[in-house]
Design a protein around this ligand. Structure first.
Ligand code: NAD
Length: 417
């Protein structure tokens, strides 16, 4: 079976040929500049040692210092890290921020480590990769199962190693440690800016347009709340345990669903406002059912590979907002286009996160702290301009939105190269 990296660069190479890119340049574009694999050893609370496989792939820095998250996950492997590093380079270029693409990871189940062991692992990762890091070289951020606390340990370890406080070496830090206002909501907020533009292009208004959201974590919950406030009608929500759908034209306030989830430990089958629950107009559904709901918009905010050859023909949404990296298997993009489904691809739709990370880096370098209103005003302009650029490219080349986003990103990177 073809690996995800091969699939991704095949798709990128096709987009590069559409803009008549020279073969040699394509080869350089799809080749990572540096791939580092290390063994990281930490002391366990029990007294023994444990060794982990750790990676950092620096794909391309033609447009600025490498930028990209660090993932702690049992399935971390080099093929995945290379793919994500490449997509980070594309994403930064699509939204025009002066950073390159990288990604890192450690293969482990972080839930099996204690708080202190996680701290030792985070600091050991920095010691292992120190020579490749730095505010003007490579600036990591959180990703799956890494968070502001981990970034805070990492920035502290880096500062200790270089002998001076270097906040700009990592982003996604807590607000008290040089983090940016708005970072937590940035990906959802960026997604809403993109969605609003797309809805406008289709001649619609958010009010009453129906939406189903897969994934109820940082990104999915944030997006759902913002969408609800903007007037979209939320008719389906789900997390890893399953979901809830509204019947009979009902709407759902994600805040209320979250409150009920906290109380019951999972998204509840009934829709509750305080202690009053409606179990007639709402029902429990599986994740599979959520993907096939009759909603105008489907938001993917959970895992990769959710829309595949196996279910693409049952998707009823007219717009898919792909906030999860790789939420759609690239091979079904063509089918979705033929069926008239507008895909807002990950490299555009979820770029709000890295954009605010870039704002954090800039604030740290200049020793500034911007208010949330300034962060979101700058984010809105970047996301809206990027959407329009991708849209124009899509129309010019009769391409899919993903091909168009790849063309915009690839053109910018190769010009810089
Ligand atoms: P998270 O861990 O906070 O939330 C993930 C959510 O997905 C959880 O609610 C979980 O229950 C749910 N989930 C897991 N498996 C599921 C399944 N099979 N079906 C339905 N739901 C399932 O993660 P997050 O930060 O919200 O990230 C979500 C996605 O967005 C990831 O693909 C991530 O790579 C991508 N992303 C995140 C950011 C960011 O800023 N956090 C930026 C860019 C891309």
């Amino acid at each position: 079976m073809t690996g995800i990296f091969q699939k991704t660069i095949k798709q990128a190479s096709q987009a590069a040929r559409l803009i008549n890119l020279d073969k040699k340049l394509i080869k350089r574009l799809i080749t990572p500049q540096r791939v580092v694999s290390k063994k990281v050893i930490i002391k366990l609370d029990s007294g023994g040692n444990k060794t982990f496989s750790a990676y950092r792939v620096q794909f391309n820095n033609a447009r600025g210092p490498y930028k990209g998250g660090i993932r702690f996950h049992p399935q971390v492997n080099l093929d995945e890290i290379k793919t994500l590093a490449f997509l980070m380079a594309i994403k930064c270029a699509v939204v025009g921020i002066p950073m390159g693409g990288a990604k890192g990871g450690v293969q482990l189940n972080p839930k099996e480590l204690s708080f202190n062991e996680l701290e030792r692992l985070s600091r050991a990762w920095v010691r292992a990769f120190k020579n490749y890091l730095g505010p003007h070289q490579d600036v990591p951020a959180p990703d799956v199962y890494t968070n502001p606390q981990i970034m805070s340990w990492m920035a502290d370890e880096y500062s200790r190693l270089v002998g001076k406080k270097t906040l700009a070496a990592f982003t996604g830090k807590p607000l008290t440690e040089g983090g940016s206002e708005g970072r937590e909501l940035a990906t959802g907020q960026g997604g809403i800016y993109i969605l609003n533009e797309a809805v406008k292009k289709l001649g619609l208004k958010p009010k009453g347009v129906t939406m189903a959201v897969q994934g109820f974590g940082n990104v999915g919950y944030g997006l759902a709340q913002l969408a609800y406030q903007a007037g979209y009608k939320i008719i389906g929500l789900s997390d890893s345990q399953g979901g809830i759908m509204a019947l009979n034209g009902k709407n759902m306030d994600p805040l209320k669903v979250m409150e009920t989830k906290k109380e019951h430990g999972q998204i509840h089958a009934c829709y509750c406002l305080g202690t009053v629950c409606d179990c007639v107009n709402y029902k429990k559904i599986t994740n599979d059912e959520l993907l096939k709901l009759k909603a105008d918009i489907l938001v993917l905010a959970a895992l990769e590979n959710q829309i595949t050859g196996g279910n693409v023909n049952q998707v009823k949404a007219k717009i898919i907002l792909e906030l999860a990296n790789g939420g759609i298997d690239p091979v079904v993009d063509g089918i979705l286009k033929k069926r008239g489904v507008l895909v807002l691809p990950d490299v555009l739709a979820n770029a709000g996160g890295v954009t605010v990370s870039y704002f954090e880096w800039r604030q740290n370098l200049k020793n500034e702290h911007w208010p949330e209103s300034a962060v979101f005003a700058k984010l809105k302009k970047i996301m809206t301009d990027s959407f329009n650029e991708v849209w124009q490219t899509m129309e010019k080349y009769q391409a899919t939105p993903r091909q168009a986003a790849l063309m915009v990103g690839i053109k910018r990177i190769t010009e810089a190269m």
